[in-house]
Design a protein around this ligand. Structure first.
Ligand code: SF4
Length: 519
């Protein structure tokens, strides 16, 4: 009988991709997925350390499993990823029921670690070196990129995929734990990346998102004095047959070079969308964060992006309540959001992380209440800006890659299904949907190349296709529209049948899937 694997993922797109690869390797070792920890032979948590809240969530899950481990002593419990690398033995001191602690750079060893626990009954630790523990080369090697052959059935969506082009970070922003838990910045050779993109395209993938902690810092010396940058890499993979959209996240403001902006402008498959976190609108705060730029520099960079890429949409990240952020400093962030025209912003309350310079040097001197208030105030301003951006799009015709049923639609179907005891769609291929629509057209959702979310009614056959939608209404978060014509949008030489009615339904393991939400 096959062994069962339960896996839970928190954190960023890197973690989502890591989990996809872990699931792929364990599936090859004979595991099938379950959503029920009671059924699982192996229970894994792929963790995040960027905020305290994410860690607390995992420790509380582990606490719940203490009793489970007593009842099921053979079940293997593993903590993977950033929290494992950061807390190391502390994980087992706080949760002795954990059998495996495996850092971000050691995930390829998981099948071996599971076997060792079974053979020896002893806990296993697999961690990379700390940044100061060994030479740079040794630390780099201990974080080697984990990108085994991909298993198409493990992707949350057949037509979308993440491709890691670099790992780690050398920027050392004072609030951030990433350089510790993901190691030194290392770019992958462009040829394995191009091969991975070709493989994904061959499996039906249409949209790839290149991932890197600071993706626009990508650089690889290919020999003969030639250095590949992100603009070169985009050009290298652009003509991959079958790939229709290329995105990349996340960008560091200082590395937004003109050659990259020109590549985004000139390569039609590259989405005119840039996520460029600014974190604060106040120079003093940026300095304490060690972000290496000023607000003036950031504003000039925004102007350059808009100048060089007509129609580009830009989103950002903000941290509120960082040490020493006065009301005046916060007001500077409000001013920036009001003026910058971001499509949207992700706003976070500062959470001091042990192991960072920020934690060591600066007090966490802004109260939780003030952080909450600033978070809400900034969101209100951003929502007004987003609404304005969205309202200006009413009447436009946009090209949308259809991702699946909308959240609202899924909620309705879930409650119908609970009543009818049918099965439902889930992530990572668990309990594949047998639902085929029902009466009337379902509400679907997808994204434009500029990353705007669009909701509309349409046949499920459209999932995975790029269609034209006329925007009719808008809120601060969503555009609502109608499928304009039955014509499918061509965006490459390998575009399929132009008439939607002739396109066979998108089948993924016999069912339609939704995208995995990124937390
Ligand atoms: S650039 Fe700064 S915030 Fe981003 S991963 Fe690196 S250290 Fe963290």
């Amino acid at each position: 009988m096959s062994k069962k694997l339960y896996i839970e993922t928190v954190g960023c797109q890197m973690n989502v991709l890591d989990s996809e690869l872990v699931v792929g390797s364990l599936r090859r070792a004979g595991y099938v997925l379950t959503k029920d920890t009671d059924q699982a032979d192996v229970i894994l948590f792929n963790t995040c350390s960027v905020r305290q809240h994410a860690e607390d969530k995992i420790y509380s899950q582990l606490g719940r499993l203490r009793h489970h481990k007593r009842e099921h002593p053979d079940a293997i419990i593993g903590v993977l990823g950033c929290m494992a690398q950061k807390d190391q033995e502390l994980v087992r001191r706080r949760a002795p029921q954990v059998d495996i602690v495996c850092g971000t750079g050691q995930l390829a060893r998981l099948p071996e670690l599971i076997s060792k626990v079974r053979e020896t009954g002893r806990p296993q630790l697999a961690l990379s070196f700390d940044r100061n523990e060994a030479s740079r080369l040794e630390v780099e090697r201990s974080f080697e990129s984990y990108d085994p052959l991909r298993d198409p059935s493990m992707r949350p969506s057949r037509f979308q995929a993440y491709v890691r082009i670099m790992i780690g970070c050398d920027k050392f922003c004072t609030y951030c734990i990433v350089p510790q838990v993901r190691g030194p910045e290392q770019s992958r050779h462009p040829e394995p990346i191009a091969a991975e993109v070709r493989q994904l395209a061959g499996e039906g993938c249409k949209e790839i998102t290149l991932l890197g902690q600071t993706v626009n810092s990508y650089k690889y010396n290919v020999g003969d004095g030639r250095r590949f940058q992100l603009s070169d890499l985009l050009a290298r993979i652009h003509d991959t047959p079958g790939i229709e959209r290329i995105k990349f996240i996340t960008n560091f403001p200082r590395d937004m070079s003109d050659d990259l902006l020109d590549a985004v402008r000139d390569l039609p498959k590259v989405s005119p969308y840039l996520h460029v976190p600014v974190q604060s609108g106040c120079n003093e705060v940026l300095k304490r964060m060690k972000r290496l730029y000023t607000v003036e520099y950031y504003r000039e960079m925004l102007a350059r992006c808009r100048d060089r890429i007509p129609g580009v949409s830009i989103s950002s990240d903000f941290i509120v309540g960082f040490s020493g952020e006065s009301e005046q400093s916060f007001q500077h962030s409000c001013d920036l959001v009001s003026e910058a025209g971001f499509k949207n912003s992700y706003i976070f309350k500062y959470s001091p992380r042990p192991g960072t310079k920020g934690h060591e040097l600066y007090p966490d001197d802004i109260s939780e209440m003030t952080k909450k208030r600033r978070n809400n105030d900034l969101l209100v301003i951003q929502n007004q800006v987003s609404l304005k951006d969205h309202l200006a799009r009413i009447g436009n015709i946009v090209e949308v890659l259809v991702e699946g049923p909308s959240k609202t639609h899924m909620k309705i179907k879930k409650s119908e299904i609970r009543n009818s005891k049918s099965e439902m769609v889930s992530d990572f291929g668990v309990d594949d949907s047998t639902w085929t629509g029902g009466d009337g057209l379902p509400q679907l959702t997808g994204r434009t190349a500029t990353d705007h979310i669009v909701v509309f009614e349409g046949n499920l056959r459209l999932v995975g296709q790029i269609v034209q939608i006329k925007v009719k209404e808008a809120t601060a978060f969503t555009l609502f529209g109608e499928v304009l014509t039955s014509e499918r949008v061509h965006s490459g030489e390998n575009a399929e049948s132009p008439i939607l009615g002739l396109i066979p339904p998108v089948e993924i393991n016999g069912s339609t899937r939704i995208s995995l939400p990124v937390v």
